[in-house]
Ligand binder design. Sequence first.
Ligand SMILES: Nc1ncnc2c1ncn2[C@@H]1O[C@H](COP(=O)(O)OP(=O)(O)O)[C@@H](O)[C@H]1O
Ligand SMILES: [Mg+2]
Length: 424
Amino acid sequence: METKPLDNIFNSYAGAAAVFREKDTLTDRHIPERIPHREEQISNIARVLAPSLRGQRVSNLFIFGTVGTGKSVSAKYVASELEKKSGGGVRVLYVNCKMKSVADTEYRLLAELARGMGRRVPATGLPTDEIYKIFFSAIDEEKKSLILVLDEIDALVKKVGDGILYNLSRANQELANTKLSIVGISNDVSFLDTIDPRVKSSLSEEEIIFPPYNANQLRDILSERARLAFNSGVIEDGLIAKCAALAAQEHGDARKALDLLRVAGELAERSGKDRITSEHIDQAEEKLDTDRVTTIVKSQPNQSKAVLAAMLSLQGRGDTPASTKGSKQPNGRGCSRQSGSDGFLETGDIFSEYEKICKAAGLKVLTQRRISDLISELDMLGVINARVISKGRYGRTKEIRLILSRELTDRIRKIMVDSYILEG
Ligand SMILES: Nc1ncnc2c1ncn2[C@@H]1O[C@H](COP(=O)(O)OP(=O)(O)O)[C@@H](O)[C@H]1O
Ligand SMILES: [Mg+2]
């Protein structure tokens, strides 16, 4: 069999020094030895949990902050140090409630917890109060302090409501020998306001906030990880600073910063280079953004997809070329505008186009009001950019801009075709 064409691909990996020494150190699988810039939060968590070492009940703790601010890594670190220190007197049960198989239903989560305590329980079938009993009796028998860490607790409540937190927070009334405390971790900073006030006050006996990292802090975090991840000479300090600065602009997210490094390294590797360049980082940023938006669009309901498809069609028809990311800001506002004439779309035009698309695709046509809501949602998800403008005595309207690169436009169009919203 002819294998020559593959040489192009394989040769860039064989021979010359590899880009990565250990790529895994740029993912969540890696447990960092040091967690810089979280000293204060880590000591505070430790201070809250330390009384468990004397067998005292620990206050429930609520940890919150936006994604990638080091909440999970810090909580796990303190938990494992505490368990070691206690010599068996303290046990920490950690669950990530975002995991589908674990926390889809109240039953599933409790079954998972009971299994964590070494009980064998069926995957379904028992009445809910039975599974509570099994879990509570398992922890009571241990006669230890138990700290239950519910990571991404906001995802749990979205799926199953806050009743489970109410029950867990009252567990101590049924336990004779064990003291149970709950550490809840949330990416959604307004989560506490969405739950029952009794649950809220019980869960947030103590609160610790994780602020976003700034560019300097991200640079420190990245330098450490880059040293482990890349062979020497692959990335220079200036480029680490560039990744840090990019991620700091967007919510100070350490995961995003690590992803940038990883994808930039992969792009360098793929193009047969043994050094990462500034262009690789730009491309990595674009790729991450494309992947993020593609994932969001795929998970949208058909009605939302139809609205987005309408915008794509209008844009494709406009006399300006598809706007690319980072293109210049619009100017000359105030005058009346026609859809597409300068890259803007208006709700009315989108609605007519949406109607046509629905009819062709056999979808129900929703009211213009609902469409306006769906447009706002797409805006919030960062897929489109909408803003309300005043048209003087003609009232208000929404101006919508698609901020999609050519590649993203093509990918989204393909999603629309695959889900039968648009014809191929
Ligand atoms: N201060 C830090 N030092 C080292 N790595 C960090 C730090 N903060 C976050 N990370 C890394 O960034 C990624 C995201 O952190 P994580 O704790 O999962 O964030 P969160 O739970 O707040 O979303 C993980 O890979 C983690 O190891
Ligand atoms: Mg987390």
